[in-house]
Write a protein that binds this ligand. Structure first.
Ligand SMILES: [Zn+2]
Length: 156
């Protein structure tokens, strides 16, 4: 048997790869449902929307208007928030409430740069990110940027 992550040869009974630590029984991962993910997204959107409007940065605006790219202050704040929370614990506040988390394909915690990658799509390109994901990656229920960053959303 070979490690599913690094290809190291390991014993058949090994639950974790001795070299890279990847768990080998990943079939036990349960994907989060679409409903759970949407609710987590709404909770995060309300929290960040509230914080941004409460601070209300007078005079600050970002002068971009492109058809698919959403570069509002709100989406920049969401990007930073998701990158940090999901890159350190796997969970934003919304995901904590819903008991779901972002992991790599092996159920392991992602690092901050991976988190920035997966967060980029949902913060700035959400409709495209979702629609392409629904069409192209239904088996792992990945957004396009989940697929590109090698991440999934699982039940905790
Ligand atoms: Zn390994």
């Amino acid at each position: 048997m070979y490690c599913k992550k690094c290809g190291n040869e390991i014993s058949d009974e090994a639950e974790y790869c001795p070299r890279c630590g990847a768990p080998q029984n990943v079939s036990e991962l349960m994907l989060a449902s679409t409903g759970e993910r949407i609710l987590a997204y709404i909770i995060d959107g309300i929290i960040i929307g509230f914080v941004v409007s409460a601070l209300s940065f007078p005079g600050l605006f970002i002068p971009f208007h492109t058809p698919f790219l959403n570069l509002s202050l709100n989406s920049v704040a969401l990007f930073l928030y998701w990158s940090y929370t999901e890159g350190t614990t796997g969970q934003s506040i919304g995901k904590k409430v819903m008991n779901i988390k972002v992991t790599d394909l092996y159920g392991e915690q992602i690092d901050t740069s991976t988190s920035m990658y997966q967060a980029f799509g949902k913060a700035f390109l959400l409709p495209l990110d979702l629609i392409i994901g629904v069409i192209a990656y239904p088996e792992k229920e990945q957004r396009l940027f989940n697929h590109l960053s090698g991440t999934i959303v699982v039940k905790e």
